[in-house]
Ligand binder design. Structure first.
Ligand SMILES: C[S@@+](CC[C@H](N)C(=O)[O-])C[C@H]1O[C@@H](n2cnc3c(N)ncnc32)[C@H](O)[C@@H]1O
Length: 141
């Protein structure tokens, strides 16, 4: 889609099955990495998470993607030790997803101890709900 992605997200005539999300850094372009933008992206591409949809990104902080309602994991990709692949449950059921190793309890342990547990956009009173969104994922049960 031509135009400003932040405005056109959700307007593609045919929703993509896969997006390589190679935006500028979250440090300089935080508006491209918000939970809200990932929610809109997943709503547009994955039809309430029921359609198979993958999002690949070199950003290695999956918190926001998990909170937006996707499953997630992070293999190595060349120069980056970790990347993130976000999958809808329908995508996880496809043969191409078998090669992925999902984040699991060990990741939750690291996330619990992390100094950057919550994105700065999440205010203190919404942090318990954010944490619950992440913990509720099937992959962590
Ligand atoms: C890190 S570069 C990656 C470009 C491409 N993947 C490549 O490897 O050549 C980020 C790209 O996102 C585009 N971009 C940044 N903000 C955008 C926005 N709001 N809407 C659409 N494209 C945007 C930039 O023009 C730039 O081409």
């Amino acid at each position: 889609m031509a135009g400003d992605f932040l405005e056109t997200v959700g307007q593609a005539p045919v929703p993509p099955d896969l997006i390589f999300y190679d935006m500028f850094s979250s440090e300089t372009h935080g508006e491209q990495w918000t939970i809200e933008i990932f929610r809109r992206l997943f709503d547009a591409c994955a039809n309430a998470r029921e359609r198979a949809f993958h999002l690949h990104t070199l950003n290695c902080r999956p918190r926001g993607l998990l909170a937006a309602g996707s499953l997630s994991q992070g293999p190595s990709a060349g120069v980056k030790e970790e990347t993130t692949i976000a999958l809808t449950p329908a995508a996880l059921a496809t043969p191409s997803a078998r090669r992925y190793e999902l984040l699991a309890a060990e990741w939750i342990g690291r996330w619990d101890r992390s100094q950057a547990k919550f994105p700065s956009e999440v205010p203190a009173d919404q942090r318990p709900a954010f944490a619950e969104l992440i913990r509720r994922h099937r992959q962590f049960r």
